[in-house]
Design a protein around this ligand. Sequence first.
Ligand SMILES: Nc1ncnc2c1ncn2[C@@H]1O[C@H](COP(=O)(O)OP(=O)(O)OP(=O)(O)O)[C@@H](O)[C@H]1O
Length: 324
Amino acid sequence: MTALLTVENVEKRFGGGRSLFGGAKRAVHAVQGVDIAVNKGETLGIVGESGCGKSTLARMLVGLDRPSARSIRIEGIDPSDFERGNTRVLAKKIQYVFQDPVSSLNPRKTIRTILETPMIHLLGLDKPAREARLEELMQAVKLSPEFLDRYPHEFSGGQAQRIGIARALAAGPELIILDEPVSALDVSVQAQVLNLLADLQQRFDLTYVFISHDLSVVESVSDRVAVMYFGRIVEHAEARELFRQPRHPYTKLLFDAAPVPGKRSVRGEAEPAELPDPYAPPPGCAFAPRCPNVRDRCRSERPTLAADQPSPTHAAACFFPVEA
Ligand SMILES: Nc1ncnc2c1ncn2[C@@H]1O[C@H](COP(=O)(O)OP(=O)(O)OP(=O)(O)O)[C@@H](O)[C@H]1O
């Protein structure tokens, strides 16, 4: 398998530095020491609770946020374009679909203008080529070409998200970061958008990074899944393997807390608890205060991601993982 995107030891701190009077300002450690490789044509799911750093990581992958310490490489892109945040080069290769479809579209622009903008600025297409591409895009996202001269507020959430997806496709990217793409939609519309994304992946040979807090959605779309907690990846594995046999106690807790039709909730034990102070990450495992398997070592030493012996592709950052 060829990695299209490789992320090594990426970090993002917000704040820090020196105040006007010379004192050290505290920094939020939003993402710490993240390594990811995304293979061509696959969907990597990233799952975790609110505030764990999913969106910050995603924004760094498309160059919307600059990493504090970095190594992000995309096949076919000169690393210096990444260093300089050369959005024009990056945007041709990698695009972003936002969670809130309506507010992510400029309310004063027609759909035609929204979709034509990347064609002009990134691809330099002339009018006839743009017309042909507009038709192709609208047909791909299953919207009538009549919608092209309307404004974003005239659309339902599901339709607006189809337009957001068409905008992401306009420049012909290879990789799309989908940041909670169906969370704001009605359940009945979610499945339609997920099916559309699967069709488009086949048709345009796309690679996806799919970010969500919703386990059932992540399970249904992902080839591999990375679980994030407090800015770090704490477990990753092939999707089927992870959902069959979670190894990190946090992953297990997420699974136990997920609502399953007909199953009585066990939320009592999995109620979201306070995350550690993001200004002062603990020396040991960040999950230790919530962990049912916690021992002394976990509070002083931070476990690194290590692949399990029986399954070299399944890694959990835990000294005392959940037994098979
Ligand atoms: N611009 C910022 N300035 C300061 N702190 C920030 C900023 N953006 C994010 N953070 C902090 O970084 C951490 C990770 O936030 P992030 O939005 O990436 O998490 P998330 O998992 O995507 O959550 P959500 O699903 O709620 O968006 C949080 O502690 C958040 O408060």
